[in-house]
Design a protein around this ligand. Structure first.
Ligand code: ADP
Ligand code: MG
Length: 705
């Protein structure tokens, strides 16, 4: 397969050889690891996995042209992606056959990481400036799957670049960022976004809006909005909202107090109510040249989106009972809107169709969008994901986007009242084969939580959208039933338990679908252990002064999405309570106990004497004796009362050991642990390569930064 062309930015800087060499070292190593650890799992080799034979290392300082040729054969273009949820996952699925690598910045085992096997991923938050720069250093281009990112860092990267070490020299690397951070920054603030459309010089209809003052002045602002717009009107958070979470419908002055209570701490604006008859959306591909000059805006077909409980639940292509003329107007308007922005990529334009058949822009999303999922099957030669890749990399995109089917319906699979509420629906999608309707199931491998987007189903047909809707009735009925059950479920079911601290989310796991024969046991155990939000690890300490020492371990548990509970159980001051906690832990579903104590550290051993669960002791360095007292108190347990003991203050290892124990019966934790180990190894290899290539002086200089 021909790799996608490499960016000119790197070419001109002569980085290609060195980045490729680094990648090659990593890929070769990864392949070796895979062979040892996962002999049964297919490993997608890419051209970069070839390790140079011994004695055939590339010569330094060769002709640039030679390097280029070699590189063209071996190096995939890397797009660094901030965020690794389902949009990133589907982007990766589109990238896999195209010879494009996606480096994901997100937590371990994020849905996108599961779908794309590369050693380029970065573990961490896509809001962490340090991690974003790390991603930039590994990537030829940068893009996002979510607009709520730190645009200051992206601006900094575009203007100042990031240091990359090439042959012992630190050079500046500037991966092009698409869409532009300017667009992201504008779109983050819904109020400014629409002010921009208003003042763009184009005819872009938007709802009247006014900014709402903060603090005590908010009430007067709301009164002003009520007077200007009448009721109802929409109060919206300017930033950070999604799935309707930042919106409050204000029906009368009586709602003001509640609205301020709900959203008052955020910067707000008020929007005149849009009496729409339908909501429409249009995806647009925006291309521009490397100087930022707009090349083209190409619109996909208009679709009808249905929102229930403020979440998009269904998408119809074409919109039902909407004339072709209006659909064309919607596409034209969407291209106008997107032409006012900056950067390349796909964009979603959400709009309202009003009673008088006019259109009004609601908002723009600068990325692939729920309303464009249908394109995977309906416009297979250029789905919104493939379009995102082509646009970002400035590869050719068509100048018209005609679907290959007559109609399509996308149904979101939202988490129901119970973790398995959607199984019937996914089962129906799996088992339906119909001459007149094709059914495509997409599961994102996310834990099911009420209202969470965990998958979608696309239905396509060669009939009218109404006929397709009639055929799809069993699916639509099930989607509606899941929603009704969810709404009926008690609020208790919908909230995580109070005793669960940190992330209430077990490790991303395969959806608990009908198990295949050889996986029945593991699936059942896994489901039992991971399907609830109940804590699996109890982290307890002799005193709250031990908490800072435990912080590193708690961070690891969070990183692996292990639900845990916290407690203080002093062996000397609250011995009865400590024994009660130890006695009841197993019955509460706890699988491992981490106990930290300092000085005469009896806690781990005493807990161990009262529970059948594995107990890991963390010796805490107390004021005197450097923690040796704690260590010996914990490690010197009498025969019959085993208490695993980690190094002094080493709560990291306690957490990792707890996860390994969980991994013995929950495959997802074991997978995540394997990945953790591979990442750790790769980090050392990167350092070694850097040191070997650059020498000690450059390395030390880099360390000082
Ligand atoms: P989100 O960022 O959560 O998608 P939106 O601003 O798009 O927030 O609003 C979510 C939904 O709320 C819209 O899809 C629409 O159904 C409804 N809505 C938003 N603004 C208005 C408005 N001005 N008038 C009527 N309904 C609105
Ligand atoms: Mg919206």
């Amino acid at each position: 397969m021909d790799p996608a062309p490499r960016p000119n930015a790197l070419k001109s800087m002569g980085h290609r050889l060195s980045l490729t060499k680094l990648r090659r070292a990593l890929s070769g190593r990864k392949k070796k690891l895979q062979e040892i650890q996962e002999p049964d799992e297919p490993y997608q080799t890419t051209p970069t996995t070839t390790k140079p034979e011994e004695g055939q290392e590339e010569e330094e300082g060769g002709e640039e042209g030679e390097d280029d040729d070699d590189d063209m054969n071996e190096g995939n273009t890397v797009i660094g992606l901030l965020g690794g949820g389902q949009l990133g996952r589907m982007l990766c699925e589109a990238a896999n056959p195209l010879g494009i690598d996606i480096a994901i910045l997100d937590e371990h085992n994020a849905p996108a990481k599961q779908a794309h096997n590369t050693n380029r991923h970065v573990v961490g938050s896509f809001k962490d400036p340090g991690r974003i720069k790390e991603l930039a250093a590994r990537s030829d281009y940068l893009s996002v799957e979510i607009e709520h990112v730190d645009t200051e860092v992206l601006e900094d990267i575009e203007k100042n670049g990031v240091p990359v070490e090439i042959n012992g020299e630190i050079v500046t690397h500037r991966p092009p960022i698409h869409p532009s951070w300017r667009t992201l920054r504008l779109i983050q603030d819904k109020y400014l976004q629409k002010e921009h459309f208003k003042s763009s010089g184009k005819t872009i209809p938007i709802a009247e809006q006014i900014a709402i003052e903060s603090g005590d002045a908010a009430l007067d602002s709301l009164k002003k909005a009520g007077k200007q717009f009448g009721f109802p009107f929409m109060l919206k958070a300017r930033k950070g909202s999604y799935d309707g979470r930042g919106n409050f419908k204000v029906d009368s002055e009586d709602d003001f107090a509640e609205a301020i209570k709900a959203l008052g701490t955020l910067p707000l604006y008020a929007e005149k109510w849009a009496p729409f008859v339908k909501e429409l959306a249009v995806m647009v591909i925006r291309t521009e040249d490397s100087d930022g000059k707009l090349k083209n805006c190409v619109a996909y077909p208009a679709v009808e989106t249905i929102h229930e409980d403020s979440i998009c639940t269904k998408v119809f292509m074409p919109p039902r009972d909407v004339s072709e003329d209006i659909c064309e107007k919607a596409r034209k308007l969407a291209t106008e809107v997107i032409s006012t922005l900056w950067g390349r990529g796909v964009f979603a334009v959400e709009m309202f169709l009003l009673e008088d058949a006019s259109l009004m822009i609601n908002e723009v999303a600068p990325r692939p969008h729920n309303s464009g999922h249908y394109t995977i099957e309906a416009v297979p030669y250029m789905s919104q994901y493939k379009a995102q890749l082509h646009a970002v990399l400035d590869l050719p995109v068509p100048d018209k986007l005609i679907p290959r089917v007559q109609s399509s319906i996308m149904l979101n699979i939202l988490g129901g009242a119970k973790p398995d509420s959607h199984h019937h629906l996914s089962g129906l999608a799996r088992s339906t084969y119909d001459d007149d309707m094709d059914v495509y199931l997409h599961l994102y491998n996310k834990e099911s939580k009420p209202s969470r987007k965990i998958g979608h189903i696309t239905l396509t047909g060669f009939c009218s959208v109404q006929e397709l809707e009639a055929k799809a009735k069993p699916f639509i009925d099930l989607v509606d039933q899941i929603r009704l059950d969810r709404l009926e479920a008690t609020s208790e079911t919908l909230r995580p338990t109070q005793e669960t601290n940190g992330s209430a989310k077990p490790a991303e796991k395969a959806p608990v679908e009908p198990a295949t024969d050889n996986h029945v046991e593991a699936q059942e155990l896994s489901a039992e252990a991971a399907s609830s939000d109940k804590p699996l690890v109890l982290v307890t300490m002799g005193s709250d002064s031990d908490l800072p020492v435990l912080k590193a371990g708690l961070d690891i548990l969070k990183e692996f999405n292990v639900p845990y509970a916290l407690d203080i159980t002093s062996a000397h001051r609250t011995p009865k309570y400590m024994m009660k906690v130890a006695d009841e832990a197993a019955g509460k579903g706890i699988k491992v106990i981490i106990a930290a104590a300092g000085g005469a550290a009896h806690l781990p051993g005493m807990i161990s004497s009262e529970t059948p669960l594995p107990v890991i002791g963390v010796p805490v360095k107390a004021t005197h004796l450097d923690g040796i007292d704690s260590l010996l108190s914990i490690v010197q347990m009498p025969r019959g009362v085993p208490t695993a003991t980690v190094g002094i203050n080493n709560s990291t290892n306690a957490a990792l050991l707890a996860i390994r124990i969980l991994g013995a019966f929950v495959p997802e934790y074991q997978q995540a642990m394997k990945k953790y180990q591979v990442d750790m190894e790769e980090a050392v290899i990167v350092k070694g390569t850097k040191l070997r290539e650059g020498g000690d002086a450059a390395y030390l200089a880099g360390m000082k930064k």
